[in-house]
Design a protein around this ligand. Sequence first.
Ligand SMILES: Cc1ncc(C[n+]2csc(CCOP(=O)(O)OP(=O)(O)O)c2C)c(N)n1
Length: 359
Amino acid sequence: MPNNGEAYGDDAVALLAPKVFSGNESLSCERCLEIHRLMARSRAMEERMIKMSKSGQGYFWIGGPGEEAFNVCLGLQIKKGCGPAFDFLHFHYRNSATLVAMGMPVIESLRQMAMTATDAHSMGRNFVGHFSVRAWNVVTVTSVIEVQYVMAPGTALVQKRYGGDGITIVTGGDAGTAQGDFASCMVWSTRPGNELPVLMIVTNNGYGISTPARSQHAEKHIIDRGKAFGIPGEVVDGNDPIASWHGIRRAMAYCRRERRPFMLEAMVSRLHGHSSSSGAALVKDEPDPLPLFERKLIEAGVLDAAAAEQVHEDALAEVEAALEEVLLEAAPTADDIYKHTYAPSTVDAVYPEDFTGLP
Ligand SMILES: Cc1ncc(C[n+]2csc(CCOP(=O)(O)OP(=O)(O)O)c2C)c(N)n1
């Protein structure tokens, strides 16, 4: 089940339950099956949306196939809620599996893909993967890459003043870290005496659109840049859910307890290239975390081939049913265009009217 912030006490349950191991780290069988099912549902959702981009049932596609192992484990450990007592989330456009793990119905992504007026994230006005959920502190994802890193210290500052153990989590790709926003996040999160609880996550897939990271970055790991600021960091295998779970758990525990920043770099795959603009064809030579994890669970005797097949069939059926519903839903109209673009303001000389769409 998606948690409400209690999952970081998961180890107590895991101690008693049978486990699956990766190296010397482990997770309970129950937790592994939950992660596997969420990964399969996220994958089915993304693959259906890629088809939508090709069949004319949807528009531009960008998303997270290949990042499910890491992103599901992130979603399950978030302290989910509204306001500074809960985690604030400044996400990248590849975080779909995190939202699914937090409890987002798959139909919500399909609605944004089809750009229907029912899209809860943007009323059909933003690209798919550009989530926005006020009830869960999910700050609107932007296509202008990396600006989320410079917004993150703002919510973390509020959380530090507020008290409690809520943290700010920001995610982004490796190429974007070359922008000044990434450095601004490090500077603002480490001002002496004003350190902030920011978990800076980089999902490193080795590419910025078509440019390989190895042709641009001389540093060995992106987290090495944190050293100059005294920001501790860790690199995790983002294709391994067990390693990812524990890496995320350690990083979150540090930020919650110390009220200081931590950097986590997850090495992930990019299974369908950058986006529909580059064709979104399956890239066969990248490791795929879903069959890798499935094989591990089958070898551990936690899952059998028939049960695994059932998980995929259920995921497909869920996504197909959602799509049928979405295709009947209305598109936005010209009258909606200014809704939700500006908060109401009595002093704004340029936009004095209420463009929020609120009654
Ligand atoms: C400020 C800005 N510059 C350039 C772009 C064009 N652009 C879109 S995605 C992208 C690559 C991002 O690569 P990375 O940060 O590694 O994330 P990934 O897509 O690989 O997950 C670029 C350059 C943009 N959207 N915003």
